[in-house]
Design a protein around this ligand. Structure first.
Ligand SMILES: [Zn+2]
Ligand SMILES: [Zn+2]
Length: 363
């Protein structure tokens, strides 16, 4: 199992890119070897940020517990082609995975530049990020095993039609902010000649001010609307797992990146079956004579009824495996098995003749 990158960065699963970046900066500052920090810790933090700081890698990590690169490096990933098709299928159609912050060694330099106020680089105005949405989605046992297409109805922020997300009444004059001169940032001093860049209070980090607000969205750039969307729930998903749909959260005004949509999957139990990972377990009661002499019994699997051969001399508690009648593995093409535990019923109401027959067995 791979490391918990969220834990390493000290953020929760629903953290925004902004929060992840912030936490990374803080930790990197703390552990930087040049500043007397722990090098191995720094490496770990970099690795975690390399994944979580990149939308595409983070999505893979959320869904599969590792990224494609790690899966490749680990080798032995059967059906890798399927695996990647799989992820593509969940990526939202509009491909809003760009704009992610990718990590390279350059960033580290910039980072300290920023932290200590020595950054010569001019930063562009702040980009607004849409909020993430988190909802529960309940499916039944069968749907979790075979996958299902679901229709979601969500009341969420969409880009305002009238102002196209800009927040200004069409034709309204837009001027460059005088406080920050259009950069959207001012440097807040923390003393000792150091400063933190922070959003310009005059223009709220936008770098420009609009003369007249859009009357449709009151300048917000987004409006609440009912949104219908189809979601493909993959075969093999289990109760408690979360799917992340990049870019399907709240829309962001002014050209910002939309948030993500998290679906927490709840799987309703089925009284007939018990699921254990990719296996399905059931119990079957057989008679003492069936166990002793052998028989063929009928087993109800998720695919329907199948015959199971009970060999003679079967002991109670013996587990028989019916291959391929379990649950599809999320990361592969194989299905688990259906495991049948056989319970031998000890006869209790015997007549004299039957009792004698059993006694004869012992002698
Ligand atoms: Zn508007
Ligand atoms: Zn400003």
């Amino acid at each position: 199992m791979s490391k918990d990158y969220y834990q390493i960065l000290g953020v929760n699963k629903g953290a925004t890119q902004e929060e992840i970046k912030k936490s990374y900066y803080k930790l990197a500052h703390e552990h930087h070897p040049h500043k007397g920090g722990d090098e191995s810790k720094m490496k770990e933090v970099n690795e975690a940020y390399g994944v979580l700081g990149n939308d595409e890698k983070r999505q893979q990590y959320d869904q599969f517990g590792q990224t494609f690169d790690q899966a490749k490096a680990g080798g032995g990933m059967g059906g890798f082609g399927d695996f990647s098709d799989f992820a593509k299928a969940y990526q939202s159609g509009d491909g809003n995975t760009g704009g992610g912050f990718s990590f390279n060694s350059q960033d580290l330099g910039d980072m300290f530049g920023d932290l200590f106020g020595g950054g010569a680089r001019t930063r562009s105005a702040r980009v607004v990020q849409g909020a993430d949405i988190e909802i529960d989605l309940t499916i039944d046992f069968q749907q979790a095993v075979f996958g299902v297409d679901k229709e979601l109805k969500l009341n969420k922020d969409k880009i305002c039609d009238k102002c196209k997300g800009e927040g200004g009444e069409p034709g309204s004059k837009v001027t460059t902010c005088k406080t920050c001169k259009g950069t959207g940032q001012v440097v807040k001093s923390i003393g000792f000649g150091m400063g933190f860049p922070s959003a310009c209070p005059t223009c709220d980090g936008q770098g420009k001010t609009i003369e007249k607000k859009c009357t449709s969205c009151h300048g917000k750039g987004v409006t609440k609307e009912m949104d219908m969307m189809g979601v493909k729930i993959p075969a093999g998903i289990d109760n408690g797992q979360t799917m992340r749909l990049a870019g399907k959260g709240q829309a962001a005004p002014k050209g910002g990146r939309p948030g993500d949509l998290y679906l927490r999957i709840r799987v309703l139990p089925d009284p007939r079956f018990h699921r254990d990972g990719s296996n399905i377990k059931t119990k079957s009661h057989i008679s003492f004579s069936q166990a002793a002499l052998g028989d063929k019994i009928e087993i109800e699997t998720i695919d329907g009824k199948v015959k199971l051969k009970i060999p003679e001399g079967t002991q109670s508690g013996k587990i028989f495996s019916i291959k391929g009648k379990g649950v599809q593995q999320l990361q592969g093409r194989n299905r688990g098995d259906h495991l049948v535990e056989v319970i031998v019923e000890t006869p209790s109401k015997l007549n004299r003749k039957q009792k004698q027959a059993l006694k004869d067995l012992d002698s």
